[in-house]
Design a protein around this ligand. Sequence first.
Ligand SMILES: Cc1ncc(COP(=O)(O)O)c(C=O)c1O
Length: 454
Amino acid sequence: MPAQPITTAGTPPERQTVLHSWCVQSDWDAPTIVGGAGARLHTADGRSILDMSSLAECSNLGHQHPRVVAAIRAQANELCFVTSAWGAAPRARLAAMLLERSGFTGGRVFFTLGGADANEHAVKFARAAAGKPHGWVITRERSYHGASYAAMALSGDARTAGQSDPELYRVLHVPPPYAYRCPFGTASAADCAAAAVRRIEAVIGERGAPEVAAVLMEPNAGTNGIVAPDAFWPALRAATRAAGVHLIADEVMSAFGRCGEWFAWQRHGAGAQPDLMTLAKGLTGAHLPLGAVVLSAAVARALEPQMLMTGLTYCGHPLSCAAGIAALESYAEEGLIERSRRLGAALLAQLQRLATRHAVIGDVRGGHGLFAVVELVRARASREPLAAWPAMHPALRALIERAREAGVSFAARGNLLLLAPPLVITERELADALTLLDRLLGELTTELAAERAS
Ligand SMILES: Cc1ncc(COP(=O)(O)O)c(C=O)c1O
């Protein structure tokens, strides 16, 4: 008998029973989503919402991608689960596909359930491969690597900073290459990148390279809104290679077309390949939970004779791996990586046009793929933030609300609008979302003027 769809009929409201992430519980009052197609989500009350953030920058393939849904169904009919004590065809196939796509020839893949545990395991593997079990790990202030305790320690995130002590986890934070507000006071993106890498070299020097196991950073996109200047990643790769310190790329958000490449570091060529890379989100297009650590041949070789003292019950879950295979096939066969690059360039150009119309836009960055950041300011010349980071100005909160009422869901953090729609969004949908944003930015400007006048 076919299973019936689950409805909320006769169920207490979700806002009373579920502990929801990243919010005050009493504030949560979201519509129930019952389906989706392409870049759109369908609500239980019959509305269609255009998703301009791919939910949590993860639904790169759009919602209910037919090929992925069919692959999950087919795998469920065959085999839902075996542990990694047994072989599973989808696991073996997906690992081979990832190694091939990333050029990590001769490497290995460790599967996790999401991004945080991928980052934790990447650190474990980097330390084990280097023979530095307590080696320091250098990460960025203003970064997000997950919400487990070690991932919070790795992160430089105002929301979780008080919950985990980086020193206890042997983590050191360095300032980010945030060119618009360069923490080193430089005047150009290239100089900011160079200064950020020099600081990392200095920290490695101060601790002593034999004491440092890895540098872990996002090569491009992140919800912190920082888009590293072009010169940053290649210089970081050169510096870590010279110091003999592993470089881990957190590609949880930036991979699978989000930044116009399969993996964001690939924009800088094969020489920019990290030693380890972490994946999640777009790996299945978020149809099922799955993360991965991809290890270079050298790291895999170093781990080969060691007893691997770690594991997760659901490592390489066959259903998730089947979804991952279908997702990778869809990116390739539908040309979605190239599409993201093309539409990302158009998105950036359109946002830059909006910046000429709205002085509240201080900076527009990104656009290598369908990921762009709009930073809002009180005054463009002074770059005075709309609100002190990480707070959000009520006028921006109102903009997000109004957009949702008009059928478009935008993501915002602090003073940042993050535009990261599914790679399958149509050009018409993208244009409509930007027309709406144009109007709402006008209203926001009027509100700010009224606030100043009062
Ligand atoms: C760059 C980055 N790393 C790690 C994570 C954590 O991933 P997860 O939420 O799957 O644990 C995220 C999530 O947003 C992320 O953006």
